[in-house]
Write a protein that binds this ligand. Sequence first.
Ligand code: SAM
Length: 283
Amino acid sequence: MSEIWNTEKLHAHYAQSLRVDDLLYDSKTEHQRLKVFTNGTFGRILTLDDVVQTTEGDNFIYHEMLTHVPLLAHGAAKRVLIIGGGDGGIAREVLKHESVEHVTMVEIDAGVVDFSKEYLPMLSQGAFEDPRLNLVINDGAVFMKENTETFDVIIVDSTDPIGPGEVLFTDTFYGHAARALSEHGIIVTQNGVPFMQGDELTNTMRAFQSLFADATCYLATIPTYAGGPMALGWGSHSSQSRNVNLETIERRFIAAGLNPDYYTPEVHKAAFALPGYVKKLMP
Ligand code: SAM
């Protein structure tokens, strides 16, 4: 068995190693080092600058929760914007909603899209070929600054706030995103694992509280993002979407004909229940 390990050193005092059973790709794109390898527990794994982005085995949790929670809370989303998301997993889940008419996906790195299509086709499952998807290769922060359209749901599926992803955690970016949301629109963001990256959540929540009438986070536990549940940021100009009751979510879920492996209407509602240590990170 291989003795090569991918060691992720995202945190100052904690590292995570995954055995590289078979290295399928290792190269530098214009923006970051991209690796695809197989691992007996998680299947195919995509890393950017050695940090795990997504795995064949557990990506369903992250992608379903970052997509179905805002889409079913909104209930009639037609226009969706994805920032980042180069592996196609979020696009895959968004396009399962027949109510969605148009998806704009803004990814900085064409290399991630190309290699994901070739080495991780199970992630996008044909999403890049869907005529409702408009793929834009650009920095999400630049796009947002110049954007004049409005969206019902904005999903920020970014890397961590280091390297090219850093600009997607700034007040300026969030301010432009807030302007682009429709009346009951929702923005959701990947906000790291609060036990390990508490500042990341605090900073985003501080910005969201100044921009949105409804600002909070919800949680999902994803095995490869170690250290407990991950926080997914939530912002909206109205609290209507978050306060939708369980019966309504159930009705919308059945009507959408989804068959997810993690998301359920009960999990949707429960995900907003925050433990004390997470609440204390809210400014
Ligand atoms: N869920 C993963 C995680 O947190 O580990 C991240 C998923 S990965 C699909 C994130 C994507 O964001 C990458 O494809 C990366 O190229 C893209 N990205 C990073 N910075 C960006 C930026 N400024 N604008 C648009 N896309 C960006």
